[in-house]
Design a protein around this ligand. Structure first.
Ligand SMILES: Cc1cc2nc3c(=O)[nH]c(=O)nc-3n(C[C@H](O)[C@H](O)[C@H](O)COP(=O)(O)OP(=O)(O)OC[C@H]3O[C@@H](n4cnc5c(N)ncnc54)[C@H](O)[C@@H]3O)c2cc1C
Length: 519
């Protein structure tokens, strides 16, 4: 039952429209005004982590989610006995000083995960590049593909920056500093001195580091780096800042596969929220947010319900906020960022199941294509192949495959039904033929339950404006300092999720939650 929600007044429907579901996760209330201390909007990883951390602190919390399932871009769908991750598939950032590692440790949660070594295999021209977890082994592998020159120095520096950066972020919840007070707090920590040289790497692109190690004219290496950066920072080497680029390039050394899919750790978080007194309300779409005279927030939903709270944690993407918080400080704040971050990537996704005993060396692969993917902007796609250890996603002897790649979102809008279907088919056909080229072991097998998603699909299920997903691209021009800070200048209002600092992927949005609950 929704035990932390105190019914203050009932407008019209009263208990008639109220349904509480046995597992306690889903409560639907019609025409109610609810009072609580904390409202979290959106049950993606950002909202789930925030609500779980608030529940751990013993605080009242209501989590509102527009969809009928939790997870957002890390949700799932089922076809018969097969489960498909809709978007995100890979877990990383699980070491003790990294966001997911800290979160699970703090909440004493133990998701069933499989460490992947190799973390990923990259199929590039005739090369199968194996991202070993061990750094020396990986450097030897990189040298065997890209030549000896520069590899050791480059990868040592990448991993050193990655390690330093996680420590800096862990120590400094004020990051990115937005006021003199923030700077003073950060400056007062002696431990930050060692990180000062990293400052300039926030404003220098990865190309500078590539050049420093004599790799600028190494065409194969540049091709490899650019597509690795695209999946981790949403940018290429000419714009990705060295610091976040390094974090993006280091992540395949430490990837995990969640058994049952990326929804499973999310479900653990939901369970934690529920058992610690929090409430998750599904199918509750926020249509407006107002700031009241007493600085509390009034959140109204499309069902006519009203939620009043002292603190608000919002994971709705910045581009959606114009209409939701029209004319107030929250809307104005979002608008300021929309002006800076005009757009992000969309995703094209493909899903199918195959009956096979064959399993690649890693559940994760990146396939560089022989030519540009139709209606997409990258030259590679990412494949997640459920391993034999996972009998939840697919029954024994079967695997589910999820594929994703970057696409310019706007090209999927304003099309006739026929044109949309044709474009989708062209992209899907190309991706499947490239998949068959790289995996001849399964090329002739029938592919079951084939489906595909475009930015319009993501907008439909997650509400994200124009299907913009993956987070705010990291770039030297816009920089980390420009990202929306989690604890905002508006009293008791925090922004979380991948359109706030630090920007993208499940580790980043969990970090946004950890920063925000310090409000
Ligand atoms: C194809 C693809 C592949 C990816 N691969 C990976 C990966 O392998 N590893 C990784 O770490 N990251 C990956 N990412 C990125 C990662 O999925 C996201 O950065 C992260 O999940 C975003 O979490 P979030 O909570 O900020 O936002 P979302 O996941 O978008 O969650 C926001 C939630 O808010 C809800 N919502 C929106 N509007 C409203 C409203 N008005 N009222 C109530 N609720 C609302 C939505 O329904 C949604 O559930 C991938 C993303 C995509 C699209």
């Amino acid at each position: 039952m929704c035990k932390n929600t105190k019914k203050r007044a009932s407008i019209g429907y009263g208990l008639k429209g109220t349904s509480f579901h046995g597992n306690g996760v889903l409560c639907t209330l019609l025409g109610m005004i609810m009072n609580t201390d904390n409202i979290v909007i959106g049950a993606g990883y950002a909202g789930l982590a925030t609500a779980a951390l608030l529940a751990k602190q013993g605080k009242d919390v209501i989590l509102l989610e527009k969809h009928s399932a939790i997870g957002g871009c890390a949700s799932f769908f089922r076809r018969m006995r097969y489960t498909f991750d809709v978007g995100a598939t890979t877990l990383s950032g699980l070491r003790p000083h990294q966001p997911l590692g800290r979160l699970f440790q703090d909440l004493n949660l133990k998701p069933e995960i499989m460490h992947c070594d190799p973390g990923m295999v990259i199929h590039l021209d005739d090369h199968q590049i194996v991202r070993h977890a061990d750094l020396d082994k990986w450097i030897a592998e990189a040298e065997s593909h890209f030549g000896k020159k520069g590899q050791r120095g480059f990868w040592k520096e990448i991993h050193a920056i990655d390690e330093k950066m996680w420590n800096v972020l862990h120590r400094n919840p004020e990051f990115p500093p937005k006021s003199l007070g923030d700077l003073i707090k950060m400056g007062s920590r002696i431990s930050n001195l060692s990180a000062l040289p990293l400052l300039r790497d926030l404003f220098r692109p990865m190309d500078v580091l590539i050049e420093k190690h004599g790799l600028k004219s190494n065409v194969l290496f540049k091709k490899f780096i650019n597509e690795q950066l695209l999946i981790s920072t949403q940018s290429f080497s000419d714009t990705a800042p060295i610091v976040t680029g390094a974090m993006g390039l280091a992540y395949p050394a430490d990837t995990y596969y969640p058994i049952g899919g990326i929804t499973k750790p999310a479900q653990l978080l939901a369970e934690y929220i529920r058992t610690n007194g929090g409430t998750i309300i599904l199918k509750e779409s926020v249509e407006s947010i107002d700031i009241q005279n007493d600085d509390s927030f009034m959140v109204k939903t499309t069902k006519g319900n009203e939620y009043q709270a002292k603190h608000l944690f919002n994971s709705i993407p910045i581009w959606n906020m114009k209409n939701i918080a029209k004319g107030n400080a929250i809307g104005n704040l979002a608008e300021q960022y929309v002006y800076t971050f005009t757009k992000a990537w969309g995703a094209f996704t493909a899903y199918f199941a195959i009956e096979t005993e064959y399993h690649p060396a890693s559940p994760y692969a990146q396939i560089h294509t022989t030519s540009r993917i139709p209606h997409c902007e990258g030259d590679s796609f990412f494949v997640t192949w459920s391993p034999k250890q996972d009998s939840i996603k697919a029954p024994d002897g079967w695997s589910t495959i999820t594929i994703s790649t970057h696409t310019e979102a706007s090209q999927w809008y304003g099309l006739s039904e026929e044109d949309y279907a044709r474009k989708k088919e062209e992209t899907l056909t190309f991706i499947l033929s490239e998949f068959n080229r790289v995996f001849p072991q399964v090329a002739s097998l029938e592919k079951h339950y084939i489906d595909a998603g475009t930015p319009t699909t993501f907008e439909h299920y997650t509400g994200r404006h124009q299907g913009f997903v993956g987070g705010l691209p990291h770039s030297v021009e816009l920089g980390l300092f420009n990202l929306p800070k989690n604890i905002t200048s508006i009293k008791n209002y925090a922004v979380i999720g991948d359109t706030s600092f630090p920007g993208q992927g499940t580790p980043a949005v969990v970090m946004s939650a950890m920063n925000a609950v310090k409000m």
